[in-house]
Design a protein around this ligand. Structure first.
Ligand SMILES: [Zn+2]
Length: 214
């Protein structure tokens, strides 16, 4: 997360589903001092808030836990205060279909969840709602979340989300984007489905594979 520029200080946290357990980065420990033994564990369907480990879980554990509870197909959650995504979140601007990669998030926009204080159940409720049918969202006046079936895909989408946020922000500075239509985004999602990205697009038609950087 540091190398990709997603993280600022000790902000940002990651969780992974391990069977019935959520593994989550600990609270307030800089990533460069973090070791595997410091990762906290919480039961996904057990008593809410129970944890084990040498360090307490990230203060953002409520939305990590509730996303894994609400979305059984999701295996990892990445949260960051990445600069451009957070800039849009401060302005409460969702990301529209300004680039075809928006389709990788499951629809024709990336929503911005309403504001609630960090670590609260209300923020968790707002985040789960903004993520409905999506693989990422912004959090008003806070940051961003990207999710995926695996940690690798969630991290890839986190970097893509920050890239889209930067591109959308820059396009606003030169008169604003020309948006893709719902049909154009639907076409991209069909292509992604064949490539193996889980965006909820229909499957089964033979099409050339789309590479990540095409
Ligand atoms: Zn945060």
């Amino acid at each position: 997360m540091y190398a990709s520029g997603l993280n600022q200080g000790t902000s940002g946290n990651i969780s992974v589903r391990d069977g019935g357990t959520m593994l989550i980065t600990p609270s307030a420990i800089p990533y460069d001092r973090m070791t595997p033994a410091m990762i906290a564990a919480m039961p996904i369907d057990g008593e809410r808030g129970v944890w084990s480990g040498p360090s307490k879980p990230s203060t953002e554990w409520p939305f990590h836990l509730d996303i894994l509870r609400a979305r059984p197909e999701i295996g990892a959650v990445v949260h960051a205060h990445a600069p451009y995504a957070t800039t849009l979140a401060i302005a409460r601007k969702p990301i529209p279909a300004c680039h075809y990669m928006v389709a990788a998030f499951g629809g024709d926009d990336i929503r911005c969840a309403g504001y609630a204080r960090y670590g609260t159940d209300e923020l968790s409720r707002l985040a789960v709602a903004a993520l409905e049918g999506r693989m990422g969202c912004l959090l008003a006046n806070h940051g961003m979340i990207a999710i995926g079936p695996t940690l690798e895909k969630a991290m890839w989408l986190a970097v893509e989300l920050e890239t889209l946020a930067k591109q959308y922000y820059l396009s606003l500075a030169i008169g604003g984007p020309v948006l893709l239509s719902k049909a154009e985004i639907a076409g991209v999602r069909e292509g992604f489905a064949d490539y193996g990205l889980k965006t909820g697009a229909p499957r089964g038609r033979a099409r050339p594979a789309i590479r990540r950087n095409s």
